[in-house]
Design a protein around this ligand. Structure first.
Ligand code: ZN
Length: 336
């Protein structure tokens, strides 16, 4: 049976939550809750704040909190994954309400969590529905939504890795799915101005493309169509710094650097990231060159230790200090 998360998407205003709220555990980002609360007449049965995705923290949260008949996640990626975790542990219905499209988490069925600082995906949870209130999403700071395309731009570098693993190791490869994934990038480039302006159409497009990306991953039962070395570099970075970065913008930056190292049309990808208005250079500034440099250089080792799927990080010897420095300089100097 085909799984397309678009079937769970409900395009409606956030006040739809009223009929669920008073029996629900609400996991909300406090800034977003402040904005949404005046629009609602009901109160949640209990409310939790999403803090971090450390597995021990999540475990304790699920243990010490009395389960309710449903869980609602309202906010960004951390609120989504915390709500997904609780609904999975308690085996109760889940409603997800992204307040900005920063990551594909509202549409995927596993929970991102950290074990000793390393990202893992666990569990299996399918929502009752994902509520998309485009007014709410459009009222978020624009860079949050623009950055979200990172989980789509990653297709560019992930497909390279998948093909390489196929050529070198004979890993199963589905050319039709790869082609359909590449089409997502075409759609994005045709309507990049809608993403940049965070228009109604831009929000709709991002939801549709995230769902399409997740549908394709289901079809091949792996995240090969959208996740590869660019995510692995980010996982290494977050492990080494002990910090979490705004996912989409950070993935965009890593995808650009990786495309440069792969010699895989980096200019084309940068053109698209610029057209969508992703502030990847601001992200470079936030992370800092030394931390980023260290992360890229140690990403092959991290990937091996975590037994992540093989990518050009582990299948080639492309990661040298000189090439990494050249890739970072290319980001610092070029483009907008
Ligand atoms: Zn991602």
């Amino acid at each position: 049976m085909e799984i397309n998360p678009l079937q769970w998407v409900r395009w409606s205003p956030v006040l739809t939550l009223n009929e669920w709220l008073n029996e629900a555990t609400l996991v909300a980002d406090p800034v977003v809750w402040k904005k949404v609360q005046p629009l609602l007449s009901q109160k949640p049965a209990q409310q939790l704040e999403a803090s971090d995705l450390d597995e021990a923290t999540l475990w304790a949260l699920a243990e010490r909190t009395a389960p309710t008949s449903c869980v609602i996640g309202l906010g960004g990626g951390t609120a989504m994954d915390t709500a997904k975790y609780l609904a999975w542990r308690w085996q109760v219905p889940l409603i997800l309400v992204p307040s900005a499209l920063t990551v594909d988490a509202p549409f995927t069925d596993s929970v991102a969590l950290r074990r000793e600082g390393r990202i893992h995906y666990a569990g299996h949870v399918v929502p009752e529905f994902v509520l998309i209130d485009s007014d709410l999403i459009r009222s978020a700071p624009p860079h949050l939504n623009r950055g979200g395309v990172g989980d789509l731009l990653s297709i560019h570098t992930a497909l390279y890795d998948w093909q390489l693993a196929h050529q070198r190791l004979g890993e199963p490869y589905n050319a039709e799915v790869a082609q359909q994934s590449a089409k997502i990038l075409n759609h994005l480039s045709q309507q990049a101005s809608e993403i940049k302006s965070v228009s109604e159409r831009g929000v709709q497009l991002m939801v549709e493309l995230f769902c399409e990306e997740v549908r394709l991953c289901h079809q091949v039962r792996s995240s090969r169509p959208e996740e590869g070395s660019e995510h692995h570099v980010l996982y290494t970075l977050e492990y080494q710094t002990g910090r979490t970065y705004l996912h989409g913008s950070a993935v965009t930056l890593c995808a650009l650097l990786v495309a440069h190292l792969q010699e895989n049309n980096p200019e084309q990808l940068r053109h698209l990231a610029d057209a969508c208005g992703v502030d990847y250079r601001g992200m470079l500034h936030e992370i800092g060159v030394p931390a980023l440099r260290r992360a890229i250089l140690s990403a092959p080792e991290y990937a091996r230790q975590d037994q992540l799927p093989p990518t050009f990080l582990t299948l080639t010897d492309a990661i040298t200090e000189e090439r990494v420095d050249r890739a970072i300089r290319w980001i610092e100097e070029g483009g907008l």
